[in-house]
Write a protein that binds this ligand. Structure first.
Ligand code: HEM
Length: 477
């Protein structure tokens, strides 16, 4: 025991001493000593606000951990994330305990490149997505009406319906006709959404202290995650047995690629399971959160809602007109509303990367090797130099009048680890938003408290909402 205490004391003494390679960077004393404070702040869902406040107090570069810097400077985005030789993910991406490894958790570059190439095939053609998106979105419209009819006050929790919709969409897009996911119809009796959400939160909070990962897997919280793992393994096995993979229609068909000489799948069952969970989870949870923000912002800003409806009605005058991708791509106000939501509705605090052995020059400073560095995207999204003088206001017009800089938007990150699902995500947002706005007149439920909803809108790597988005709807005539 004495030895452990002595070691802990020596570690802290070194971390706060002028001998530490990060000693010259400013920041609160607690962050020099331990990562525990970060883990706690992350668990509150307000880390993006906390980091932003630190930058306002200490400047562009802040020491936010014993070996970690947050760099609020646009010149650091390229070398950290976007360049071909961008930095690798740090240890927080090690999800110990899980048997297989999904693309997101691969830190070793060659291994990551190989797997990313397999995924990339699934995103090279978009045509099947729209069939799925249209079909599931029409189902969403029916479900919204039936849930409103079933409620004695005619109120629907739009947030919940959007979660069900994104899960169903991703079930279809990942597993094709073998999908077992039908939450719009059946709800979520097995708590898949909550479990996936929990896994993301655990990853983010415990990522601050990666050595805890393996332990957590075996605690009660890990039980649900093991259940999710088993369910995903079942889904993938059913998909593998379903039909020959020549149709190449769903994400699974690309992940189930076979070695031509042996006929065995290139990925083992555990890695297939891990990627199946990743596809459904990554494609559902964050898009559902962004969609929730989209509808919240629209209902909160009736003038924006009206302008959007006018543009959509002109493009799709009949209720059942197909939402052709080429028409959607020509609608400037739709694009502005979505992009503005991606700016304000994805408050990430900064994705952690590790400085390579040679060190790096970042924002005009030499940063020593092994340092964890991140650029806080929430703070970047509030920079008046890139988004105009009123960055906290939801104002889609900034994307039309030239006051916002598209290249400065960090929502999907960039480069080798950037979001591979971005085109699908945009299609999800477009189709769901457009069809719903064209079908229904929407309004907040009378009891809905805008201030409470905003205060309970948090972020733990993905949007987290403490309160339901309670709305009322009536069919447009
Ligand atoms: C609006 C919705 C979405 C947002 C804001 C978003 C954002 C991001 C971000 C910021 C990353 C990088 C994370 C990191 O480096 O830690 C990422 C990675 C990823 N995203 Fe998305 N995403 C969205 C939708 C999707 C969809 C629809 C899919 C489809 C399956 C998807 C699949 C992935 C995958 C597989 C990765 C890991 C990529 C890699 O490591 O190479 N995402 N996403």
């Amino acid at each position: 025991m004495f030895h452990v205490l002595a070691l802990a004391a020596a570690t802290v003494a070194y971390r706060v001493s002028p001998l530490h390679p990060l000693a010259r960077f400013p920041g609160p004393a607690i962050h020099r000593c331990t990562s525990l404070k970060n883990a706690w702040v992350t668990s509150t869902g307000r880390r993006h606000l906390y980091i932003d406040a630190l930058h306002q107090q200490y400047g562009r570069i802040v020491r936010i951990g014993p070996d970690a810097l947050s760099i609020n400077d646009s010149t650091a985005v390229g070398p950290i994330y976007a360049a071909a030789n961008a930095m690798d993910k740090n240890a927080s991406y090690t999800f110990g305990g899980a048997k297989g490894k999904g693309l997101f958790f691969m830190k070793e570059r060659e291994e990551h490149n190989f797997r990313r190439r397999m995924w990339a095939g699934a995103f090279s053609e978009a045509k099947e997505w729209f069939e799925v998106l249209e079909r599931r979105t029409l189902e969403l419209q029916e479900v919204l009406q039936s849930r409103a009819d079933a409620d004695k006050c005619g109120v629907v929790d739009l947030r919940q319906a959007l979660c069900h919709w994104t899960y169903d969409v991703m079930g279809d897009i990942t597993f094709g006709n073998s999908s077992q996911v039908n939450m719009l119809r059946d709800g979520d009796p097995e708590d898949v959404i909550l479990t996936g959400h929990l896994a993301t939160i655990v990853l983010e909070v415990v990522g601050e202290i990666p050595s805890l990962f393996s332990l957590l897997w075996y605690l009660p919280a890990g039980e649900k995650m093991r259940a999710l793992e088993q369910r995903a393994a079942r889904w993938m096995a059913q998909r593998a047995a379903a039909d020959p993979l020549d149709a190449r229609q769903d994400i699974a068909s690309y992940l189930l690629e076979k070695d031509e000489s042996t006929g065995a799948t290139l990925l083992g069952p555990d890695d297939l399971t891990a990627d199946a969970i990743l596809a459904v989870q990554a494609g559902s949870d964050t898009p559902a959160g962004i969609l929730t923000y989209l509808f919240f912002f629209l209902l909160w800003h009736p003038n924006v809602h009206a302008l959007l409806y006018r543009e959509l009605f002109a493009a799709f005058p009949t209720a059942d007109a197909p939402l052709l991708p080429r028409t959607l791509a020509t609608l400037p106000y739709l694009d502005a509303v979505i992009t503005e939501t991606l700016r304000l509705g994805a408050p990430f605090h900064g994705l952690p990367r590790v400085v390579p052995p040679a060190g790096a020059a970042l924002a005009g400073e030499f940063v020593p090797p092994g340092t964890t560095v991140s650029v806080p995207s929430w703070s970047r999204h509030l920079d008046p130099a890139h988004f105009g003088p009123d960055p906290l206001i939801f104002r889609p017009e900034r994307w039309l009048d030239g006051s916002a800089d598209r290249a400065a938007l960090m929502t999907f990150s960039f480069g080798p680890f950037g979001c591979i699902g971005k085109p699908l995500a945009i299609a999800e947002l477009q189709v769901c938003l457009v069809r719903t706005v064209l079908t229904y007149e929407l309004a907040f439920a009378p009891s809905f408290d805008i201030a409470a909803f905003r205060a309970g809108a948090l972020n733990i790597r993905t949007p987290v909402f403490r309160h339901p988005l309670r709305i009322m709807l009536s069919k447009r005539v």
